[in-house]
Design a protein around this ligand. Structure first.
Ligand code: SF4
Length: 384
C-alpha cells in the first residue's frame, strides 16, 4: 500500500454514501450485526444508527462479553503530564488556543519542573504517563519533547506523547528516546467542520494531521491512539470515519497497537458553543458499537467524564482510564497551589472527575476489576 493514503478511503466513504447506508438500516440488519463475529462497516453503521437505540441493552451485553474475553477484568491506569500550554494554533473549542481570549498564565516547564511533576505522580503509584503540549513547535521543539520523554522514562515504565503533528523522522526521534505511544485526535474527520473550528496555525492543515498517526507508526511508535472530539460534528459520521481510520492503521502500521479514545466536548471557551452535544446514552451507543466492531482495541476514557459516568462505563468496553489528572502544566506540584499565584496557570479543559488516583483505583476494584499500572514490556520498544 502506498504511504499516507487514508484520504483516498475517506473520499470513497463520503458523507452522502454513509448517510444512504444509515437510511437503509432496519431491525434485521441490527440483529444480524449484533450476532456477527467480524463486523463490516455496514454492520457498524447499523449499530450506530438511531434505529439501534432499542437494542442498546443487547449491544452493551455483547460489548461487555467481548471486553472481558479479550482484556479480562482489568483497567489500565495512566496520568497526563502537561509540559506546556503555549499554542500557536487557534482551535475555537480549546482553552489553550492562541486567540481563546483567556488571560491565565502560559508556561513551559523547565527540566527541574518536569522532574518535580514526575516525582509527585510517581508517589501516587502512576507508572504510565502521557506528556502533552500545545501546538508551538518553535517554542516547544521536538528536542524539548524528546528530552522530556527521557526525563519521564527515569520515573515511569511507559511514556507516551500527545503533541503536535510531526514529520516521520521527528517521530523516529521520539521512538528512539523510548516513547511508547502517540495520541493524536483528528478532532473531526468532516473537512468543512474541521476548517471552521481550526482558524489558524499548523493544525489548520487537515491532510497533514490526517496522516500523522501513520507517520508515527511507520517511525516505530508502538501504540497509536486515535479519536474524534465528540460534539464538534455529526458523531454518526465521525465514528464511521474513525473506525475506518483505526482499521486502516491496523493494516498499514501492523506492528503498532491501535487504540481509541472517546473525548466528549462539554466545557469550552465562551466564544464557542458545542454544536452537537452528545448525550450519555449516545456515548454508551458509541463505545459499545465500536467495541463490537473493534473487539481487540484498547479503549480509553479520560477525566473529561464525571466519576459516575466513568464508573458506569467500566464494564461496557473501556480498558484504560486516566486518574488524578490535571490539565495544567505544573498542576501536580510546581503550580499546584493556585491561591498563591496572582495569575493561575492556564488549564486545557475542566475535568469532571476530581477523584485522586487512589479513589479511582478503589472505584475500579469495587466494580470487580483490577487496576493495571503498566500493560506492556519495555523490551517491545525498538530502542531498548
Ligand atoms: S487543541 Fe491543541 S492545537 Fe488546538 S488550540 Fe488546543 S492545544 Fe492548541
Amino acid at each position: 500500500m502506498e504511504p499516507y493514503s487514508f484520504s483516498k478511503i475517506l473520499d470513497k466513504w463520503n458523507t452522502e454514501h454513509i448517510l444512504r447506508l444509515y437510511d437503509s438500516v432496519n431491525e434485521e440488519k441490527i440483529i444480524n450485526a449484533i450476532k456477527k463475529e467480524a463486523l463490516s462497516i455496514d454492520d457498524l453503521i447499523a449499530l450506530l444508527s438511531p434505529k439501534a437505540t432499542p437494542f442498546l441493552e443487547q449491544i452493551a451485553q455483547k460489548a461487555h462479553r467481548l471486553t472481558r474475553w479479550h482484556f479480562g477484568r482489568t483497567i489500565s491506569i495512566y496520568a497526563p503530564i502537561y509540559l506546556s500550554n503555549l499554542c500557536a494554533s487557534d482551535c475555537v473549542y480549546c482553552y489553550f488556543a492562541s486567540h481563546s481570549g483567556i488571560r491565565e498564565k502560559r508556561v513551559t516547564l523547565a527540566e527541574e519542573q518536569i522532574r518535580e511533576e514526575c516525582i509527585e505522580l510517581n508517589k501516587k503509584g502512576i507508572q504510565t504517563v502521557l506528556l502533552l503540549t500545545g501546538d508551538a513547535p518553535n517554542r516547544v521543539p521536538v528536542d524539548y519533547i524528546a528530552n522530556a520523554v527521557r526525563i519521564a522514562k527515569e520515573y515511569f515504565k511507559s511514556v507516551s506523547v500527545e503533541v503536535y503533528s510531526m514529520e516521520e523522522k521527528e517521530y523516529a526521534q521520539l521512538a528512539s528516546t523510548g516513547t511508547e505511544g502517540v495520541t493524536l485526535y483528528m478532532e473531526t474527520y468532516d473537512k468543512d467542520t474541521y476548517d471552521k473550528v481550526h482558524l489558524s496555525g499548523k493544525k489548520r492543515d487537515y491532510t497533514y494531521r490526517l496522516d500523522a498517526l501513520e507517520r508515527a507508526g511507520r517511525a516505530g511508535i508502538r501504540r497509536l491512539t486515535c479519536g474524534a472530539l465528540l460534539g464538534l460534528s455529526n458523531w454518526r459520521l465521525d465514528m464511521v470515519w474513525l473506525a475506518l481510520h483505526a482499521k486502516y492503521l491496523e493494516k498499514t502500521c501492523w506492528q503498532s497497537v491501535i487504540s481509541l479514545s472517546f473525548p466528549r466536548l462539554k466545557h469550552t471557551p465562551s466564544r464557542f458553543k458545542v454544536p452537537h452535544l452528545v448525550s450519555l446514552e449516545e456515548l454508551v451507543q458509541i463505545i459499545t458499537a465500536m467495541r463490537l466492531f473493534l473487539p481487540y482495541s484498547p479503549f480509553n476514557l479520560s477525566t473529561r467524564e464525571s466519576a459516575e459516568v466513568r464508573d458506569h462505563l467500566i464494564p461496557l468496553g473501556i480498558t484504560s482510564m486516566s486518574a488524578g489528572s490535571s490539565t495544567r502544566p505544573g498542576g501536580y506540584k510546581v503550580f499546584h497551589d493556585t491561591t498563591t499565584t496572582q495569575r493561575p496557570v492556564l488549564e486545557q479543559f475542566e475535568i469532571d472527575d476530581h477523584r485522586t488516583v487512589e479513589e479511582v483505583v478503589q472505584a475500579i476494584k469495587q466494580k470487580g476489576y483490577d487496576p493495571v499500572w503498566v500493560d506492556f514490556e519495555p523490551g517491545f520498544i525498538k530502542s531498548l
